[in-house]
Design a binder for this molecule. Sequence first.
Ligand code: NDP
Length: 247
Amino acid sequence: MTDDSLDGKTAVITGASSGIGEATAGALAGAGMNVALAARRTEELDALADAVEAEHDREALVVPTDVTDEAQVEALIDETVETFGGLDVVVANAGMGTTEPVAEIPTESYRRMMSVNVDGSFFTARAALPHLEESSGNLIFMGSFAGQYPRPGAAVYAATKWWTRGFALSLEGSVGGDGVAVTVINPTEVRTEFGSESGDSQAERFAEDEVTSPETIANAVRFAASQHPPNTTSEIDLYRRDKFEHF
Ligand code: NDP
């Protein structure tokens, strides 16, 4: 069902080629938005664009983007604004993580997590903010439970998500007065391709219904995106029910 506050507006979604980003594209197009789909895998983006257009009768723009490259991120935002005439919602979702013990982590793994999760979120926010100020729009970051509590098995990944929350909440203070809403969404485990870089993906590790579905997180994004001035949803914690069992 379309949503009056989102119908006909425009969203950029990074990390749209799978998992939470892919589901978010469906949820926002379902709410009536045109969507710009960004990630590196073009074939997946093209297939998603076809599906979104067929199912929701909205436009989907594919912009192959590596979020670690600031020029590509700026081009993504520029092309979206040029195509749709503005920008209302940005979902900084692209992310990855590996789990080597810190004493053994190759510098390349460390740098990749930092560049995708930290630099990528920063480049996306910086390029989008002037447009979001114009539209009094919504900037939504994909955080994590790992950005709220220690994650001993993935210290660097966790630190990138603590950065994301620190950045998002601080940014909320600095751009809220300009009318921009900032949200950080903190999921626990979600059944996606996440984790495949260092072993089994979450989809392989967990059975359906054992952990959160990408569509559930996408609905939280849609809820955050539908807030308009003067409101924002600062943080949404979306946990599996047994998450605190071991605390
Ligand atoms: P997926 O692995 O399914 O999706 C990750 C997405 O990020 C893909 O679309 C991938 O696209 C994209 N991506 C990775 N590197 C880059 C890059 N350099 N430039 C552009 N896009 C990139 O995992 P999820 O959907 O689970 O992950 C989405 C977000 O959710 C991440 O930020 C993750 O940290 C967070 N999260 C996930 C949880 C989980 O349990 N799954 C729990 C908590 C948070 P491509 O490879 O085509 O570039």
